[in-house]
Write a protein that binds this ligand. Structure first.
Ligand code: SF4
Length: 210
């Protein structure tokens, strides 16, 4: 099997509990919550989607076997760095493709494997860090993990809908649309009144890195 990959690059994680941590981002092609064509946003469940996950034409994009993909990810991690290397499997929806074979190849290369998922597909065995981000109208089957990150405010999804799930961290992230300032204020106010929730900012956008 070949994994279809939009892009792979070395950067700092911009959001959530690992904000600021160096990581190789591996963006898988495709998403199960966007059934139409790239330009047809009306078919997307998430009207606020800000990611280009179509095709394989990004930086280091292409079709890879598990061994090739793990090798490519390793080649982007600077040599002789201390500490555990991290690969963030993101998308689109990475769990359409990420499987135990690829996870074990990443582990073989000594990588910690993180996944950013919309929560609609079961997590394969071996993932080390699960970040789940619920989306409006999408049925969640991932009910436990490391961090739950909710874009806020989000039509049809209230923070209180998710508070009983089994996650270590609960983050609210301001919706990045034309009302971003207002959304940020609403998020701050919500966190101040509901300390279970912490503010997550998309710091990569603030500092201008990918
Ligand atoms: S689940 Fe994520 S990648 Fe997929 S359409 Fe929604 S926001 Fe975009």
């Amino acid at each position: 099997m070949k994994y279809k990959i939009k892009e792979i690059y070395y950067t700092l994680q911009g959001e959530g509990a690992y904000t600021g941590r160096p990581a190789v981002f591996c963006r898988f092609t495709g998403c199960n919550l966007w059934s139409g064509r790239e330009e047809d946003r009306s078919k997307a469940i998430c009207q606020f989607c800000d990611t280009n996950f179509w095709g394989t034409d990004g930086e280091n994009g292409g079709k890879y076997s598990a061994i090739e993909l793990a090798g490519k990810v390793k080649s982007l991690w600077p040599e002789n760095l201390p500490g555990k290397p991290l690969v963030v499997c993101t998308g689109g929806e990475p769990l359409l493709q990420l499987d135990e074979l690829l996870i074990s190849e990443f582990h073989e290369k000594k990588f910690e494997v993180a996944v950013e998922t919309n929560g609609t597909i079961e997590i394969p065995i071996g993932v080390d860090w699960v970040c789940m981000s619920p989306k409006e109208k999408a049925k969640i089957i991932v009910k436990s993990g490391n961090e739950l990150k909710l874009v806020f405010p989000q039509k049809g999804n209230k923070p209180s809908d998710f508070e009983e799930l089994d996650f270590d961290h609960f983050y609210l992230q301001p919706l990045d649309d034309s009302e971003k300032e207002k959304n940020t204020q609403l998020t701050i106010e919500y966190c101040l009144k509901n300390p279970k929730w912490k503010l997550s900012l998309q710091t990569h956008k603030l500092i201008g890195i990918p």
